[in-house]
Design a protein around this ligand. Structure first.
Ligand code: 5GP
Length: 210
């Protein structure tokens, strides 16, 4: 998609959730690579970085103290506590991107996604699922988690998957390329909505009349 042309439209929020092991990170990474107009909303978290994670790119890794101060200053559009760690979407970066016409991927869990619906934001929600429960289980065991951790994660994954029922779109990630294709199709269709394009249509007619 033409970067400059699409920037004239207001930015679109794409909230993406998935149980762990569904392949969400790989799909989002590919979408970000394919569409320069799509940016990633970097959340703040108090959890320590995992190997390979980059501060400011994957997350802003901050202390619990700083996180609490930022909550008190109303700096998060939504925030949650997850596995004893805090995660939140900073309001300022999100609004700055949207104002500039960028579209944003928010990789957040369902409670955050629900909280965002309370705000009057233009957006869609996408839930990514593994093709079956056995896939979820085997992908988790590939991560080398201990049995106790795996059991806890599987239970919370199932609770999370129930939430998929109120998302706008669901993508079963059987094959990465197909899942990316579906995400692309959703994105392109959403960017083609008439209500998003009224300004551009007006500009078209203004040019014709001048
Ligand atoms: P992880 O620690 O594995 O990176 O993320 C754990 C969960 O927190 C994932 O489901 C992820 O989508 C979610 N998450 C990450 N950032 C945010 C955020 O800013 N807000 C909310 N509500 N969830 C988040």
């Amino acid at each position: 998609m033409n970067d400059a042309a699409s920037k004239k439209q207001p930015g679109l929020l794409m909230v993406v959730s998935a149980p762990s092991g569904a392949g969400k990170t790989s799909i989002c990474r590919e979408i970000l690579r394919l569409f320069p107009n799509v940016r990633f909303s970097v959340s703040c978290t108090t959890r320590p970085p995992r190997p390979g994670e980059v501060n400011g790119k994957d997350y802003d890794f901050i202390s619990a103290g700083e996180f609490r101060e930022r909550i008190a200053r109303g700096e998060f559009v939504e925030w949650v506590e997850n596995y004893g760690q805090l995660y939140g979407t900073p309001k300022e970066t999100m609004n700055a991107f949207l104002k500039q016409g960028y579209d944003l991927i928010l990789d957040i869990e369902p409670r955050g996604a629900k909280a965002l619906r309370e705000h009057d934001l233009r957006g869609i929600s996408i839930f990514i699922l593994p093709p079956s429960f056995s896939h979820l289980k085997s992908r988790m065991s590939l991560r080398g988690e201990s049995a106790a951790v795996m059991e806890r994660r599987l239970k919370s994954s199932l609770d999370e998957i129930r939430e998929a029922l109120w998302y706008d779109y669901i993508i079963f990630n059987e094959k990465l390329e197909e899942a990316v294709d579906r995400f692309r199709a959703i994105y392109i269709a959403e960017k083609s909505r008439r209500d998003l394009l009224t300004e551009r249509i007006e500009a078209f007619f203004n040019a014709a009349l001048s």
